[in-house]
Structure formats: structure tokens, C-alpha cells
Design a protein around this ligand. Sequence first.
Ligand code: SF4
Length: 342
Amino acid sequence: MVFLGILTNAAIIPIFIVLVAAYILYGYVATGQQSKPKNDPNAPVSVNYFPSRKCNYTCGFCFHTDTSSFVLSIDEAKHGLRLLKEAGMRKLNIAGGEPFLYPLFLAMLLRYCKEDLGVESVSIVSNGSKIREKWMKQHGQYLDILAISCDSFNPETNKKIGRGDDGLNVVRLFQIAEWCKKYGVKFKLNTVVNAHNWDENMVSEIEKLAPFRWKVFQCLIVAGENDDETRKRDARDFLVTDEQWRTFCDRHKHLPCYVPEDNNSMASSYLLLDEYMCFLDKGEGMMTKSESILNVGVKKAMEQIVWDKKSFADRGGIYDWTRLDQTQQGSCGGGGKKELEW
Ligand code: SF4
């Protein structure tokens, strides 16, 4: 009894302290890669990655132009995605260029993000011209959201903009919307309001397509990309006045899926990662870029650019972005909740 009493007083308390410390340390090591970045206010929560600048279209306002044909090896791209996940990335959006010019590379990235990294949401922005049902059937399970660019339902307007000249954009759009439904992928639309479409009424077609989200952007000038005749694109003739922009918005704002984004909320609010995995700063003035995350890591690269987190939050950068909740989603084809709380 005396021995037990001594043990209680002299040994149990230090043992208890050691056990508590070990428990805390274990928790940190076991969950460190997930929990630490979640608490980090500077974590790259949502990243837009442009694996390639190549595109089969020639949109006059394109602000990520075909200035290089570089594409990382799949192993390097995977390594970069792992670094981003470890730094706190929860959503990855893959854009371009046209991502479906590299369908196998794209499929490998999606599968890696979902199966190996457990990224919450993976989306693609595409012009829709190269998507095939076979691809959707095989790889749709790794894709949360498919966003298709659609600037007009008039074939002539699409030609003027530079969105191909076979006149079949709208036919493809409806086909892709069907495939998304069939393979459990959320269907989204993106529209750039410009000099050729600002007076178009898209209400009835959008209602038929019923995207869960319709992002409407104001045509944007990005220095170094589309700001004058020395660049690959010169978007100056595509710009709309604030009044034209408001007219388009007023005509469509009653649609539940409608999410407008003017130039003010766009600049600097996106984390953009180019084909070398360098962050781009397309905010004010000439575009700048960081060193590659593959060389200096995510934190240091992020310190080299401006990311306006407030604008990101203000424009609803975090929303219901996984494929699991399709049935609960509001869309332009029906009502329901649209946004999750920040
Ligand atoms: S489809 Fe997209 S990437 Fe291709 S030219 Fe048009 S805006 Fe640029």
C-alpha cells in the first residue's frame, strides 16, 4: 500500500504528463498534413491550374493565350499537385488552353487527385469541342464539375468570337449536359459578356440546359496577354461598357444559377498556376509570375504574388463543389440551395 501510495504521488503524475504529451504529438503527426493547412489562413484553398496553353479555338478576348507549347511530365505535375494538397488545397480547377486536347494526361491528373490525394473537388473548364462520351464514361467518376464555355446560342456570334466555325457548339452543349447527368458530374456554364453577345437573351436556353451554376464574366484585359495588337489576342474590340454589362446582367439575374463576376471582383481573386506550376499575378498592371512550386515550394511561391483572399471570399469562391450532393443542388432547371457558408 505504501509502495502504491509512493507510486501514485511520485510516478503517476509524470507518467500522466508524458502520456498526454505523446497523445498530442501523435495527433499532430497523424493528422498534421491535413489539419495544419486547414488552420492556415493563407492556404491555397482553391487553385486554377493551366497544364497547357494550347487551344483549338481562337477567341478574340482569350486571356491565357497560346504563348508556349510546354506541358509538364505527368510525374512532375503529380508532384506539384501533392505539394498543393499538403499546403491546404481543397479544390482544383483545370483550365487552359483546352484541357481535352490531352485527354489521357487529364484523366491521370483527375484520378491522382481523387484516389491518391483525396482532393475534395476537381473541376475542368473546357470549350466542349473535344469531349467524348467514352471519356466521360471512363473518367467521369473522378470529376466533380464540368464547366463548358458558352458565349452565345447563335452560331454566327460564336464564329465572330472565334469559338470554332462548324456551328455545332450548341448541339454539343446539350449533349455534354446529358452526359454529365448520366455520369454524375455537375454541369456548369461559363459566359464571357463581350461586344458580340451583350444584347443576347439567353434565358430560355439556359433554363433548358439547367446548369447548377452559370458564371457570367465581364470581358477582361490582361496586360501581356490580350492588351494590344502585339499580343496573340487583342481584346480591346471585345470590351463592353459598364452599361452594356449591366443590361446583360439585368436580363438574366433572376435565374437561380446566375453568378456574375465583373472586372473588379475578378482581378487578383484567383490563384492561377501556369504550365510550369508558377503562380500568375494577373491583378493590376503587367502580369507577373512566381518561381515554380516545383523549385521553391508552395509557400514561397505564394509569397511572390498577390492573392486577394477577400475578393475570393466575396465572389463566393467557396461553394458546394463536390459531386456527392447532386440531388440537393439548385439549378436553373429547379430551386434549392446554392451556396455553402464560408
Ligand atoms: S476556348 Fe478558352 S483557351 Fe481557347 S481560345 Fe477560347 S478563351 Fe482561349
